[in-house]
Design a protein around this ligand. Sequence first.
Ligand code: NDP
Ligand code: HEM
Length: 489
Amino acid sequence: MSKRKNMTTTAGAPISDNQNSLTAGARGPLLMQDYQLLEKLAHQNRERIPERVVHAKGWGAHGTFTVTHDISKYTRAKIFSEVGKKTPMIARFSTVAGEQGAADAERDVRGFALKFYTEEGNWDMVGNNTPVFFVRDPLKFPDFIHTQKRHPRTNLRSPTAMWDFWSLSPESLHQVTILMSDRGLPVAPMYMNGYGSHTYSFWNEDGERFWIKFHFKTKQGHKHYTNEEAAKIIGESRETYQEELFGTIEHGEFPRWTVNVQVMPEADAEKTPYNPFDLTKVWPHGDYPLIEVGEMELNRNADNYFAEIEQAAFSPSNVVPGIGFSPDKMLQARIFSYADAHRHRLGTHYEALPINAPKSAVNHYHKDGAMRFFRNDTGNPDAYYEPNSVNGPVEDQSYREPPYRISGDADRYDHREGNDDYSQPRALFNLFDAGEKERLFSNIAAAMQGVPEEIVQRQLGHFFKIDPAYAEGVAAKLGTSVSEGATAA
Ligand code: NDP
Ligand code: HEM
């Protein structure tokens, strides 16, 4: 057997005794000079970093993306350049509202965050398991999240706050209906779809732009818990997602998703009856069918959860040549918010952490800062400003994105004006069979326990506009009826 490595201090000095503190006499007290003990306690005090402000509880794994169909006419992104091409990636799934110790099998939207290590930098697809979202203006995102987190006085989650906000924000109806349906409580990450949700864009070698949406369809099939099943499961284990995802991959069974895009020609955005940049809306498949692109497979567990999953930093701002943004206001705000969150949670140089570091070259002129433990001066100590005549890295106009067409007067436009918040939830409601509808009604009624009648009625009024049967179904489960005032609203 080879000799085991010597244990050392963080400064590399060998440690002779890791069992007994340094004391004056066998019965103590301790000596201040026991720097090994001080270092150990000090490090323990710093083991935790802030948890993510949302999506704190998560599970992830490494994987591979493989191109199965050619879409290079839409995008010059290297990741899609040829059929058969493989790109390494990492995925992190999460619940939104629960803290790091929350039970996995809770009814909530699931995060579906992916980082693809492409030849031209990291592309992050930070989506959810739902194609839409609760709000369409980022000014409302912190308010919405406050209603999902703990009440400042009781320190408990507040159904009253949730339904007060939702009933005053009809744009939430589509997402609320998905959340309260069967798909609001998947059995494990491999049994759910993922969606980019926002409209993004592709641009090709000819400088043409297309609006697109990403869809990741589970190949394991959809599996869900009812509320009753989840309550039982949580009583037995709070870590069912970690157990199932980690265990499945460890046993050599690799979860897979087909990767699809919807493509909208740039000019169509003016013609659709809905705003194609509104995050509360889908693009009907009948109008924009799914185009298959590839397959994503998760095939390797992290060796160190903290280093590879907790420190993973995803951001919608991480795009690569050939993939771009859209006017979606929510997406625009997220382009700021994530990198800001990472600088706070992980530190200035979070992109240099091994799990976040691109596998392609990184050459920039950002300087110094706390914990700059890596060398990023491009190997030339004189190239620390730009332009320079010392052969430092330079821009390359061949990566220039085609012009992004925008227009309009700057104003605070009422995002509710002329917006139909009911038709698409109605299309979804009509997809549900009788059993799914019953469970939808029960799940909503269960989530409304203790909510004042005035708020309940306001929400029933919205359900009524989707379909009277929706409102009446929920009301029956609540033991109330839909008031005339509610339907008139
Ligand atoms: P389609 O019938 O063409 O598509 C229905 C979509 O809904 C499929 O993506 C399907 O996903 C998904 N779906 C099926 N059953 C359920 C369910 N019980 N709960 C949640 N999702 C389900 O219709 P449209 O494209 O016209 O969309 C109709 C409605 O379907 C929309 O208003 C929206 O609520 C919902 N939807 C639409 C999506 C889209 O991008 N168009 C995406 C997801 C949902 P799967 O194939 O995985 O079963
Ligand atoms: C996490 C902000 C909307 C998906 C986060 C985090 C912030 C944030 C600050 C924590 C980041 C971290 O500390 O690592 C916002 C804002 C939004 C918004 C400001 C709207 C304006 C959305 C939407 C989606 C989404 C619409 C999905 C379509 C996620 C996911 C994570 C996350 C998946 C967890 C990523 C991970 O696994 O690390 N969000 N978010 N968010 N958000 Fe959002």
